[in-house]
Design a protein around this ligand. Sequence first.
Ligand code: DLL
Length: 437
Amino acid sequence: MEYFQKEIEIISEKELKKIQIERLKKIFNFAKEKIPFYKKLYEKTGIKKIDSLSDLKNLPFTKKTDLRDNYPFKMFSCDLKEVLEIHASSGTTGKLTVVGYTRNDIEVWSEVMARSLACAGVRKGDIIQNAYGYGLFTGGLGVHYGALKLGVTVIPISAGGTQRQLMIIQDFKSTVLTCTPSYSLYMAEEAKEMGIDPRKTTIRVGILGAEPWTEGMRRQIEKEWDMIALDIYGLSEIIGPGVAVECEGKEGLHVWADHFLPEVIDPETGEVLEEGKEGELVLTTLTKEALPMIRYRTGDIVKITNSVCPNCKRTMPRISKIKGRIDDMLIIRGINVFPSQIETVLTKIPEVAPHYQIIVTREKHLDKLEVRVEITEKTFSDEIKKLEELQKKVEREISGVLGLSVSVKLVEPKSIERSMGKAKRVIDLRKELKEGG
Ligand code: DLL
């Protein structure tokens, strides 16, 4: 078991709490003093100081809209002269969420990413093929900084150029693949088309994230590549990738809680939930300078546990694989549906491929859910009758899990658009209908 910073990674709960409270007090005062947004927020609620970790729950939440309302730099604590790097993420509304880093923030980012890579089994001598996008997206540079800090080779290839990716994997003998789970599948598919067996490449581990993916999808990816596929989580507003990561035990993602303090809340009431209950992840940055975020609502649904990891013995809290975003939850005729529930069913049916899209429409005031899923090449040659049976079976299984009738359309292999970044799984035409008229 290798750690990047062993002492802190296996710290006792008591010591961790001590660090957290010290840092929380400091960041609270710092934000209140330096950022007018927080000053106003806390004046309004009358909260003057923080004495203990349990005081945190009395602080109001912050949200993505706060960053958008303060576009581009008004949430920064410092003069732009101190900000060495700016990133941004584009949401569905099109307006950018802008984030900034001081020199020290870049240092913290490098550190948590070095810990994350080491936690996922990256060792000296490894060659990371970094196929996350470099640019305003935080994936590319986040992994890059971590690799430099850890002292391993990184190939800054960025996302896209799939044939070139595969040539480089073969020629440079890359051992670690970092990209979105959907891109790793696309790459494997393209490899086979080029006559390359992805299972025979030197890739040993994939560190995949930036979008939700299920255990079923993990099994598919591991099978395609004959590698260990591990989950990495993060968001631009907090730092980028490197908030949490799995170890080889795959028993939840280790949150680097000396830098990012996690809470899980009931998204309806805002109440903090006890350990093990599913809810929305809220994060507080404990060390960020340029853009401290206090009680930031991530919109991501998780469960949390504080027990020591049975595999690697790291002590910090662990979150479950992300079930999805609250905004991605569909409400179909009053029933809540997460795309991940559908993915779980699909990845259990061997005749269909893990490429799908969910289309929601409204017909005569009734929501309609259609799942388009590709069949495998092998199934494609089956006779019509068999395909009809398969279609009925997929419909039955999804409907059974969701408690809702759905229609399934089996589509040809490779007919659903592939993604090199975050896959677009849901097309909600109801929204467009609304927006359009
Ligand atoms: O996606 C940062 C990142 C880059 C994470 C590379 C991991 C690897 P944003 O573009 O700001 O940042 O998007 C953040 O993506 O709130 C989640 O909804 C989703 N997300 C990120 N990682 C995961 C994951 C990056 N492992 C938003 N599982 C987050 C599920 C994820 N969802």
